[in-house]
Design a protein. Structure first.
Length: 319
């Protein structure tokens, strides 16, 4: 395999091995699927930031507006001297509203699988927040067993915005919450951003933007496989395919083969039929009762919740 493994440090090498294993397993079974976390290499993270700016993509600006209004309430509920632990932190843009509001923050711990993007974000935050302790953790939050010892002794407030919880199946979301509850400890809390069920057309538009940025984001996974797994996907022979499945209450995203074709990935050959889809992402939408039920199964209860006037999105404070 013609991949420059020697140029990678141990962390990046382990990431590459996980990627190869999960892609080969996901393409080797039917229906085919690749875990959504692999959409986020450096380019994927930058494309996600571009998606957040799209006119059709209401979640980011709606959640930002809610947080702008409730950041002081969150800071009061959290109390002074906390550690803020963010799951899937990306560019930590909305986080700044909490960093500005929280009193005597002990540390900020951003967790993200997109290693280089996480490191670059940490550098920017240290520059912009003089004196703030920023302790990034690079890895999969579904597997994380410990947080940096530097936050021992501080109340741990988790933050999981962006409706990233919607990328998990409800079963995975419960496992995530149970793990978060252990890591955040009995006196901790979790601030969760959740996209609400709404008009299917609005949902459809949000994941099929006119500028095609969401399509680039999905197809970036093929580029990543070409680069990191010595694959030879023809990017013009696959398309982004996203729709709302109303019965399941979720957006489903795939890449779809435009023709019958054979592709090499990490030394293996895979045949794709014309029209065959490979699943890359879900985005589950919840109603308010569903959020409460999910929180309860994950070991939390809702202390406060906030929404926007059109009830597109919810932010909840779970204890
Ligand atoms: C939908 S984006 C949200 C980014 C940001 N929090 C926001 O609200 O705009 C999801 C983020 O979670 C990260 N991510 C996805 N799956 C992950 C996983 N299993 N473990 C750690 N980070 C993950 C991605 O790299 C990405 O930065």
């Amino acid at each position: 395999m013609n991949v420059p493994l020697l140029a990678l440090d141990d962390g990046a090498l382990a990431d590459r091995n996980d990627f190869r294993r999960d892609v080969l397993a996901g393409l080797g079974r039917y229906p085919r699927a690749i875990p959504a976390k692999y959409l986020y290499d450096s380019r994927g993270s930058a494309l996600f930031d571009a998606i957040c700016e799209l006119p059709e993509y209401y979640p980011t600006r709606t959640e930002t507006a809610i947080l702008r209004d409730c950041a002081d309430d969150i800071a009061r509920l959290a109390g002074p001297g906390c550690a803020l632990v963010e799951y899937g932190s990306g560019s930590s843009v909305k986080t700044r509203l909490l960093l500005d509001a929280m009193v005597d923050l002990h540390a900020y711990v951003p967790i993200d699988i997109s290693r280089q993007h996480l490191d670059a974000t940490a550098v920017r935050l240290r520059h912009d927040y003089d004196g703030l302790r920023v302790d990034p953790v690079s890895g999969d939050y579904m597997k994380l067993d410990a947080l940096p010892p530097a936050i021992n002794g501080a109340r741990r407030i988790g933050f999981f915005p962006g409706s990233t919880i919607g990328n998990l199946t409800p079963e995975e979301a419960i496992l995530f919450l149970r793990r978060a509850r252990r890591l955040l400890r009995a006196d901790g809390a979790l601030v969760l951003g959740v996209d609400l069920r709404k008009d299917p057309q609005r949902l459809h538009a949000a994941y099929n933007d006119a500028a095609g940025v969401t399509a680039q984001f999905t197809l970036n996974l093929l580029r990543r496989m070409n680069r990191e797994l010595d694959a030879n996907f023809d990017l013009s022979a696959f398309v982004h395919d996203a729709f709302y499945n109303e019965a399941e209450g979720r957006i489903e995203i795939y890449f779809r083969s435009l023709r019958h074709q054979e592709v090499r990935v990490a030394g293996r050959r895979f045949v794709f039929a014309e029209g065959e889809r490979v699943h890359t992402e879900y985005s589950y939408k919840y109603d308010e009762a569903g959020i409460g039920a999910l929180a309860g199964k994950g070991g939390f209860s809702i202390e406060r919740s906030w929404t926007d006037p059109a009830r597109l999105f919810a932010v909840v404070f779970l204890k």
